[in-house]
Design a protein around this ligand. Structure first.
Ligand code: BGC
Length: 357
C-alpha cells in the first residue's frame, strides 16, 4: 500500500460556482500537518506521527477536488451548517412563522439541506503554516433558513498537537444554528480497515435514543447497562453487534447524540478520547458544545475509494461531531439553537493528538 502523503495543491485548484478553490496546509514543529480546502471549509488530510514517528493520515478523504464532487455525499471533513444533524420533516417555527427545509434524508432535513455550507466555496485568510480562517455569508432564505448569516470558521494548529476549530456567526433575523465538523477519523490510518479495535471513552451519562427516522424520541436515557456506555474506555467493536433496537435504528451501529456531562464540560476536560492500539495515536476531543454525535460510519458503503486507493467501507471511520442536540428547533426541552440579531454565536472544539505507548 502507498505511503501517506499530502494531496497536491494543484489537484485542489478548481472553479466551483464561479469561485476558485484551493488547498491550504498548516504545519507545526512536531510533524503534524493539516490540509484544508475552502470547498466546504473542510479537513482533507491530517498527518500525525504514529508511535514510530511515521506520518499517518488519520482522516478519510480524497486526493482530488473532483472526487469530492462525484463521491457519495458523506460530508467528508466538512463544516456542517447552517444546521448540523436532523430537523424532523424539515420544518420548524420561529415566532409563529414556519420555515421549510427540503428533506434530503428520508422525511428529514439533514446537515443544513442538500446545498448546505459543505457545498459552498468559502473565502479564506491564511497565516502561513499556523492558521486558516474561512468566511461565508449565507443569504436570507438560503436552503429555507431565515436570516442573512455571516459565519467564520477558524482552524489553528498549535505546537501541542491541537487542531483548534472556532466558530462565530451573526444574523440579521432570528434564525437557528448548529455548526460542527464532520471529519471521519481512523487512527489506524485512513483506508486501513475498520475502527472496531479503537478504545473509546465518552464522558456522557445519558444519550438521546432515536425513532425510526433517527430523530430524538422522548426523553434522554441513561447509557448504563446499554451498548451506549463508554464512560469507562472500551473497544468501539465490543458491543456494536449487540442485538439492540437503538443500534439497529442507527443502521447497524452508533449514530447517536450523547449528552455530555456538565462537570466535564465546566472543567474543560476532554469529552471523548479514542486510541488506536496499532499506531498508538490518541485523539482527545474538547468542546464548548453540549452534545456529541458519535457515528461509526454505518452508511459508508465501500463505493468510495480514498486517498491511497482503499475503499471506505462500513465502520471504516468514526465521527465525533460536537454540536447542539438534533432537532433542537422542534424540541423545547433541549438547549436552544435560536440565534437573534445582535447576538454573537460562538463555539470551539479542539482535536488534540498524542501517543499512547
Ligand atoms: C449522521 C449520519 C449521517 C452522516 C452523513 C452523521 O452526522 O448522524 O446519520 O449518515 O452524518 O455522513
Amino acid at each position: 500500500m502507498n505511503h501517506y502523503k499530502l494531496p497536491e495543491q494543484r489537484d485542489f485548484e478548481h472553479r466551483i460556482a464561479g469561485k476558485n478553490t484551493h488547498l491550504i496546509t498548516l504545519e507545526n514543529s512536531r510533524g503534524v500537518v493539516v490540509a484544508l480546502s475552502d470547498f466546504g471549509a473542510r479537513i482533507v488530510s491530517l498527518l500525525v506521527p504514529d508511535k514510530y514517528g511515521t506520518p499517518t493520515d488519520v482522516v478519510l478523504g480524497f486526493s482530488h477536488i473532483q472526487d469530492y464532487l462525484t463521491a457519495d455525499e458523506q460530508y467528508h471533513g466538512v463544516t456542517v451548517g447552517r444546521f448540523a444533524n436532523r430537523i424532523a420533516n424539515g420544518r420548524f417555527t420561529i415566532d409563529g412563522e414556519t420555515f421549510y427545509i427540503e428533506p434530503n434524508n428520508g422525511p428529514n432535513a439533514l446537515h443544513g439541506g442538500a446545498a448546505g455550507f459543505h457545498k459552498r466555496v468559502w473565502d479564506r485568510r491564511v497565516v502561513y503554516k499556523e492558521k486558516a480562517d474561512f468566511y461565508y455569508v449565507a443569504a436570507d432564505g438560503e436552503e429555507g433558513f431565515p436570516g442573512k448569516l455571516s459565519v467564520m470558521v477558524k482552524y489553528r494548529l498549535t505546537d501541542n498537537n491541537e487542531l483548534v476549530i472556532t466558530y462565530r456567526a451573526q444574523t440579521d433575523k432570528p434564525t437557528v444554528i448548529n455548526l460542527t465538523n464532520h471529519a471521519y477519523f481512523n487512527l489506524n490510518g485512513e483506508g486501513n480497515g475498520d475502527v472496531l479495535n479503537h478504545r473509546l471513552q465518552i464522558q456522557a451519562t445519558n444519550y438521546l435514543p432515536v425513532d425510526e427516522f433517527q430523530i430524538p424520541a422522548g426523553v434522554p436515557a441513561p447509557v448504563e447497562d446499554t451498548p451506549f456506555d463508554f464512560r469507562t474506555p472500551k473497544l468501539i467493536g465490543q458491543d456494536i453487534r449487540y442485538a439492540d433496537d437503538q443500534l439497529a435504528k442507527g443502521n447497524g451501529g452508533y449514530d447517536h447524540n450523547y449528552i455530555l456531562d456538565t462537570e466535564v464540560l465546566a472543567k474543560k476536560l476532554p469529552v471523548a478520547t479514542a486510541v488506536s492500539p496499532t499506531t498508538g495515536i490518541s485523539l482527545d476531543v474538547l468542546t464548548t458544545e453540549p452534545g456529541l454525535q458519535f457515528y461509526t460510519g454505518n452508511f459508508l458503503s465501500g463505493k468510495d475509494v480514498g486517498k491511497r486507493g482503499q475503499p471506505y467501507g462500513k465502520h471504516g471511520a468514526f465521527c465525533l461531531e460536537t454540536q447542539h442536540f438534533p432537532d433542537s428547533p422542534n424540541q423545547p426541552d433541549f438547549p436552544t439553537t435560536l440565534l437573534m440579531p445582535g447576538e454573537v454565536f460562538q463555539s470551539e472544539t479542539i482535536y488534540r493528538f498524542s501517543i499512547v505507548k
